[in-house]
Design a protein around this ligand. Structure first.
Ligand code: ADP
Ligand code: TRP
Length: 322
C-alpha cells in the first residue's frame, strides 16, 4: 500500500496540525510504503521571502523528525526537489475544467485576503500532481483537506478518460490510480484557544515547539466563562476539549460536579502538554545542532521519491505524446 501526504510549510506547528494531520500520518508509517513531502511550492501562494520559505521548510522537517517520523520507513522530501511534479502539474492543468477549481477552500482563502493569483486557484491541481505522481492508495490528511482529495480523484478520472481508451471507471483501472483520503475521527477539528478551529491565521494556537513561557501564555489565554470554582463546568468549553486531546475527560467527575477552578485545569493542561511533548521538544533541539543529518535525510528522500515517480511520469508522457 502506498501512503502519500504533504504539509504546507507556512508557520509554526500547532496542536491542530499535530492531532489533525501528523498523528494520522504517523499511524500509517508501519503499514506500507509511505512518502511525506514538505509542500514548499504550495507555500509560494502566501510567502514571498526566499529565506523565510527556506527556513520554514527546514522547520517542518525538524518538526516531523522530532515527533517520530522515521526516515528509514518514510521517504521525507521537499516538493520542490522533484521536477516531475511541476511537469505533471502542467499535464493535469491542461485537462482540468476551470469550474472544478472554484472550491470552498479557494473562496475562504480569498476572503482571508490571500492574493488571488493563478497559483492559488490551481492549488488543488498541484496537489493532484503530488499524489498521482506516486500512485498513492491513501492520503492521510486533516478534515479540511478532504475536499481537495475528492478533486484529485475527479482530475485523475478526467485524465484517464481523456488519454486511456481502455479505461472503464470502477472496472478497468486507468493511467492513474484513484487515491482515497483518510482522516482521524478522533481529532477531526482541534479547537483553538478562543473555541474556533485552531489555525495559524487566526492566532488562536498552542504551539508545540515554542519556548515554555510562550506555551504557558497560550494555554493560560484559553477563553473561559466567569463561573466560580464551586460551579459545575461545561465539558464542551474549549479548555476541556483541548484537555480531551490528552486524556479521557469523561473520567474526571470534577468537571461536571464543580470544585476546581479554571486556573487549576489550565495548569493540568500545561503539565499534560509537557508530559506528552517534552521528549520531542528535546529531540528537536538536538536535531538543530545536526542540520547536516537533516539535509542528508532530505537528499536521500529526494532520490527515493524520484525513483518512485519514474514509472508514472513515463506512463503519462507516453499517454499524452511528449
Ligand atoms: P493552519 O490552519 O494553521 O494554517 P494548515 O492549513 O497549514 O494549518 O494545516 C496543515 C494540516 O493540519 C492540514 O492537514 C490540516 O487539515 C491540519 N489542521 C490544521 N488545523 C487543524 C485543526 N484545528 N484541527 C485539525 N486539523 C488541523
Ligand atoms: N494542502 C495541504 C496543507 O495545507 C498540503 C498538501 C499539498 C498536501 N499537497 C498535498 C496534502 C498532497 C496531502 C496530499 O497542508
Amino acid at each position: 500500500m502506498k501512503i502519500v501526504s504533504g504539509i504546507q510549510s507556512s508557520g509554526k506547528m500547532h496542536l491542530g496540525n499535530y492531532f489533525g494531520a501528523i498523528v494520522p500520518f504517523l499511524s500509517f508509517q508501519d503499514q506500507g510504503d509511505s512518502l511525506l513531502f514538505i509542500a514548499n511550492l504550495h507555500s509560494l501562494t502566501t510567502i514571498r521571502d526566499a529565506s523565510k520559505l527556506k527556513s520554514l521548510a527546514l522547520d517542518i522537517a525538524l518538526d516531523y523528525l522530532a515527533l517520530g517520523l522515521d526516515p528509514e520507513k518514510t521517504t521525507l522530501f521537499k516538493q520542490s526537489d522533484i521536477p516531475e511534479v511541476t511537469e505533471l502539474y502542467w499535464y493535469l492543468t491542461s485537462i482540468t475544467p476551470i469550474s472544478l477549481l472554484n472550491t470552498k477552500a479557494y473562496q475562504d482563502k480569498i476572503n482571508n485576503k490571500i492574493p488571488n493569483d493563478v497559483g492559488l486557484f490551481t492549488y488543488p491541481v498541484l496537489m493532484a500532481a503530488d499524489i498521482l505522481l506516486y500512485d498513492a492508495d491513501i492520503v492521510p490528511v486533516g478534515k479540511d483537506q478532504v475536499q481537495h482529495i475528492d478533486l484529485v480523484r475527479d482530475i485523475a478520472i478526467k485524465f484517464n478518460i481523456a488519454f486511456d481508451s481502455n479505461y472503464k471507471p470502477g472496472k478497468i483501472s486507468g493511467i492513474f490510480k484513484l487515491p482515497s483520503a483518510v482522516t482521524s475521527d478522533v481529532y477531526s477539528i482541534v479547537p483553538g484557544t478562543d473555541g474556533n478551529k485552531m489555525s495559524k491565521s487566526t492566532g488562536n494556537v498552542i504551539d508545540i515547539f515554542s519556548e515554555d513561557k510562550i506555551i504557558h501564555k497560550q494555554i493560560m489565554g484559553i477563553k473561559t466563562d466567569s463561573l466560580s470554582i464551586s460551579d459545575p463546568k461545561n465539558i464542551n468549553a474549549p479548555l476541556f476539549q483541548l484537555m480531551k486531546l490528552f486524556f479521557d475527560i469523561e473520567q474526571d467527575q470534577s468537571i461536571k460536579e464543580g470544585g476546581i477552578g479554571y486556573g487549576n485545569y489550565k495548569q493540568m493542561l500545561i503539565d499534560m502538554f509537557h508530559a506528552k511533548f517534552d521528549e520531542a521538544r528535546l529531540k528537536r533541539k538536538h536535531l538543530i545542532n545536526d542540520l547536516g543529518y537533516v539535509e542528508r535525510v532530505l537528499i536521500d528522500g529526494r532520490n527515493r521519491a524520484r525513483e518512485n515517480a519514474k514509472s508514472v511520469i513515463e506512463r503519462v508522457r507516453q499517454a499524452v505524446g511528449v
